[in-house]
Design a protein. Structure first.
Length: 451
């Protein structure tokens, strides 16, 4: 049974109504809306050059559409459209959600938007009252999520993680003791948890199925929503494609999970297309917001996706995921081998992610004790060590990794680390980069403790 989540709406969402400029129903003569006349669209056809599954994505095929043979596709991709998106693409998305995420309540729905970053902003505006509201996140979290929170002046609290991800018991304890805890009781009870359960950014960790189920139980008990931001879901590089880890949607019987999918990591970020799967109440409110902001996700991007998916077919799409996963698997292995060889194991540990694009390098702070003359607190010292390594690595060795503190909401955590990504750099640069970064760590260590 879906619950009534209307009390979660922000003041802004409560004021937001459907636009009067709704699209005319099929069969109606519209002398109303200002849609440009299709005769005025100069686009008469599209040819894409796309790698084909038959060639194991080594060669490309031409995929063509033209106005004579495919008038509907070409014209609707030029025209204003509603938030349901292009017809075939909409059907593809619906099947994609059913096949992969298996929502288990009746009236789930979805909306197509312009990338996960835009979806997150729209969700915040739908749910958050600036200054007043409280949100929970993982102790290390996506830096752009933290930056999205800033202008909303959100009260943010983080949940502890271990090497296997967010700790459901810590979440439960925080929520159970909310009004007895001196640090939390003056803030409003949290509205939602933001989490990245698969190939987490920045740590690369994937949450087990058991912890996912536990999270849902806790959020049901305490009546908070979950935003499941999952752009790395298909980079399950060590898994058999038939045995994917379940989405949180699979455990959601009430409609409290808002899942964000993105085509950025699965295909191309330049398309700017995302999918939000959620209960119908939230979907309709997001549609009202689309009408007065992005209007719809780019129709041309949707047409490109529609053409590619039609051409590949379901099997071709599955082959694409295999192909993608094999590329990232190879890259991850190269980076891990380089880390095994070049990073100083006395001073760091790192994980071996099975999903996503990231490896987390943890600095062993017990090997970097505070200097006797230092006035720093423990957390300031952790930041100092991280800053020093980053400075030497970037200035002397010309290699950059992301600083752990960029991903921390709570800067008082006594933790230092770095996010490395194996997605982008040339393969030999990953090896050189690992060697240089290892040298930078050793340099900082020697400069502090060699006398
Ligand atoms: C967790 C997470 N969410 C969202 C995004 C952004 O996705 P999009 O390109 O769809 O805006 C990223 C990209 O790095 C990400 O890591």
């Amino acid at each position: 049974m879906t619950k009534d989540f209307s009390t979660f709406f922000s003041n802004e969402a409560n004021l937001r109504k459907a636009s009067v400029m709704a699209h005319p129903a099929p069969g109606t003569i519209s002398l109303s809306t200002g849609l440009p006349n299709p005769e005025c669209f100069p686009l008469k056809g599209i040819t894409l050059n796309v790698e084909s599954p038959e060639s194991s994505f080594q060669k490309s095929n031409e995929i063509k559409r033209n106005i004579i043979d495919n008038p509907d596709e070409i014209i609707s991709s030029c025209q204003y459209m509603d938030s349901n998106g292009l017809k075939y693409f909409n059907e593809w998305v619906k099947n994609y959600i059913i096949d992969n995420f298996k929502p288990c309540y009746q009236n789930w729905d979805f909306i197509i938007q312009s990338g996960a970053t835009q979806s997150l902003d729209a969700l915040f505006r739908m749910l958050i009252n600036p200054i007043e509201d409280t949100i929970l996140c993982e102790s290390l979290t996506y830096s752009c999520f933290l930056e999205t929170c800033i202008p909303f002046k959100i009260n943010l609290f983080s949940i502890k993680m271990d090497e296997n991800g967010i700790l459901p018991d810590d979440l439960n304890q925080l929520l159970t003791n909310w009004y007895n805890n001196e640090n939390t009781k003056k803030f409003k009870f949290p509205k939602l948890l933001y989490t990245m359960p698969t190939g987490h950014n920045p740590t690369g960790i994937t949450l087990s199925s058991e912890r996912r189920e536990k999270l849902l139980e806790i959020c049901n008990t305490h009546n908070i929503l979950i935003i499941e931001d999952d752009p790395y879901y298909h980079l399950q590089i060590d898994d058999d494609n038939s045995k994917h880890i379940p989405s949180l949607l699979k455990f959601d019987t009430e409609g409290r999970v808002i899942r964000i999918d993105s085509f950025s990591k699965m295909l191309m970020p330049g398309l700017r297309v995302s999918i939000v799967t959620c209960n119908k109440l939230f979907r309709d409110k997001l549609a009202n917001h689309n009408e007065l902001s992005i209007h719809s996700a780019s129709a041309s991007s949707q047409l490109i996706l529609q053409m590619i998916f039609k051409d590949w077919g379901h099997d071709g799409y599955l082959k694409w995921l295999d192909h993608l996963q094999s590329i990232y698997r190879r890259r991850r292995n190269i980076m891990l081998e380089a880390f095994d060889k070049y990073l100083p194991h006395k001073l760091v540990t790192y994980n071996r992610p099975i999903h996503g694009m990231f490896i987390w390098i943890n600095i062993k702070l017990n090997e970097f004790p505070k200097l006797p003359n230092s006035n720093y607190s423990d957390s300031e010292w952790a930041t100092f060590i991280e800053d020093q390594i980053h400075k030497i690595a970037s200035e002397k060795y010309k290699v950059i990794l992301s600083k752990g503190h960029w991903f921390m909401h709570d800067k008082s955590l006594i933790q230092a680390g770095f996010r490395a990504t194996y997605s982008y750099s040339e393969e030999d640069n990953m090896i050189k980069g690992a060697e240089s970064f290892g040298n930078a760590i050793n340099d900082v260590y020697s400069s502090l403790y060699s006398n």
